[in-house]
Design a protein around this ligand. Structure first.
Ligand SMILES: Cc1cc2nc3c(=O)[nH]c(=O)nc-3n(C[C@H](O)[C@H](O)[C@H](O)COP(=O)(O)OP(=O)(O)OC[C@H]3O[C@@H](n4cnc5c(N)ncnc54)[C@H](O)[C@@H]3O)c2cc1C
Length: 381
């Protein structure tokens, strides 16, 4: 098969690797508009059992990536000056750049060509001529999706909170969510170590807080200085670092139909899942696994693309729904900060509706007991 992939992110690269490994006669090219050694952002986090989902389908890739990940069994919620460690929530992280470099080497060793610095801007471009399959894995702002919204049945829901993706040299010892009340409103930092000396430090605020803080008119340096001031106790003198960092709103993207003709969407181009559930990269890689499996089951492109949506949509929709409930929790963080720290942490743990009291007890008996002291009616439940 002649396969042309737009976008050398986790989705496109994982799919290229699986297909080429399964059948080396496939002619696969990944077109990446960026240079080999550049990318945005700092680290990405995987919830639950990290790359476990990959193990059954590509053990070699799993074994290759795992040693490069930082992992911790716990999560810490910081409610102003009260720290609440929560057990039973495993996470793993890796630098986005490091992960992509590992994936580049892996797919190239299998015989896939990655054409860097090559932007594809039209489906009739010569690079795509004669392709049996065109995979649009070109991220949340995919033009393939935008130009074919009717065909895909696209919806984009721009959420009101503002966030900015920074890094810092402070190596945090667990995945942490720090909420600090300021005169302008609540500031939340999602922070975690992704290499021995680096952590992601993503700051999120409600829109009113963003307005009151005057971020719209503020220079990038002043923005960093204000965030450093708010999180001074958490940063311990370490600086916040920018990497093409700017304030954004999160687009919750969905598509009713995932393909037309020989063109299919995958990864963030297909759907976005809010970063607060740590699943964007994982979902992108799981899409790739599902599309690969669909091709193993169905020899024709049309059959495989239909099969892809049939097998992938139900499990993916569950996580997408949970992500959308999770992002709404952050949209009320100012109101929630008035809660007692234990109530606040409990509200966080149960925010998506997928964790009930019995599950909190199983994951963290200490938190469940503290919550039951505040709510004795639950003790006998
Ligand atoms: C602030 C923020 C924090 C995040 N935090 C996490 C996290 O903690 N954990 C997590 O798992 N996920 C996180 N994510 C999400 C994660 O980064 C994405 O879900 C994941 O990278 C999606 O992979 P992808 O391959 O679909 O797309 P991308 O990684 O976006 O890759 C798409 C690629 O396509 C290329 N491209 C675009 N247009 C073209 C074109 N026309 N021609 C050629 N190439 C093109 C781009 O350069 C890019 O390299 C975060 C995202 C954001 C914005």
């Amino acid at each position: 098969m002649k396969i042309r992939i737009l976008g050398g992110g986790p989705a496109g690269l994982t799919f290229a690797a699986l297909m080429k490994k399964h059948d080396p006669s496939h002619d696969i090219v990944v077109y990446e508009r960026g240079p080999r050694d550049a990318t945005w952002g700092f680290g990405v986090v995987f919830s639950d059992r990290a790359l476990e989902f990959l193990r059954a389908d590509d053990d070699a890739l799993y074994q290759y990536l795992m040693p490069h990940m930082e992992s911790w069994p716990n999560l810490t919620i910081v409610h102003n000056d009260t720290r609440i460690p929560i057990t039973g929530n495993g996470f793993a992280a890796i630098g986005r750049l490091e992960m992509l470099k590992l994936l580049y080497a892996h797919v190239e060793a299998l015989g896939v060509r990655i054409a860097f610095d090559t932007e594809i801007t039209s489906l009739s471009q010569p690079e795509l001529e004669g392709a049996d399959l065109v995979v649009a894995a070109n991220g949340a702002f995919s033009w393939v999706r935008a130009e074919n919204e009717q065909k895909f049945g696209t919806t984009i829901d721009w959420r009101p909170n503002k966030f900015i993706w920074y890094g810092t040299t402070k190596p945090f010892d667990s995945l942490s969510l720090t909420f600090r009340q300021t005169p302008q409103g609540v500031f939340c930092a999602h922070h975690y170590r992704y290499s021995p000396g680096m952590s992601t430090f993503l700051v999120e605020v409600e829109d009113q807080t963003w307005q009151r803080a005057g971020f719209e008119q503020m220079s990038p340096d002043d923005t960093i200085r204000l965030c450093e001031k708010v999180f001074a106790k958490d940063l311990d003198g370490h600086r916040i670092l920018s990497n093409n960092s700017y304030w954004r709103n999160f687009p919750a993207i969905w598509n009713e139909r995932w393909s037309f003709d020989n063109v299919v969407l995958m990864g963030d181009a297909l759907r976005t899942a809010h970063f607060s559930i740590g699943s964007g990269t994982r979902l992108a890689m799981e899409d790739a696994i599902a599309l690969f499996k669909a091709f193993k089951e169905q020899p024709t492109v049309a059959g495989a693309l239909a099969r892809f949506q049939a097998i992938r949509q139900p499990p993916m929709k569950k996580i997408w729904d949970a992500a959308n409930v999770s992002l709404r929790w952050y949209e009320q963080m100012d109101e929630r900060m008035t809660l007692d720290p234990v109530d606040f942490a409990y509200s966080y743990m149960t925010r998506t509706g997928r964790v009930d009291h019995a599950e909190v007890r199983r994951r963290d008996p200490g938190l469940a007991a503290a919550y039951e002291r505040l709510h004795p009616e639950l003790a006998s439940a």
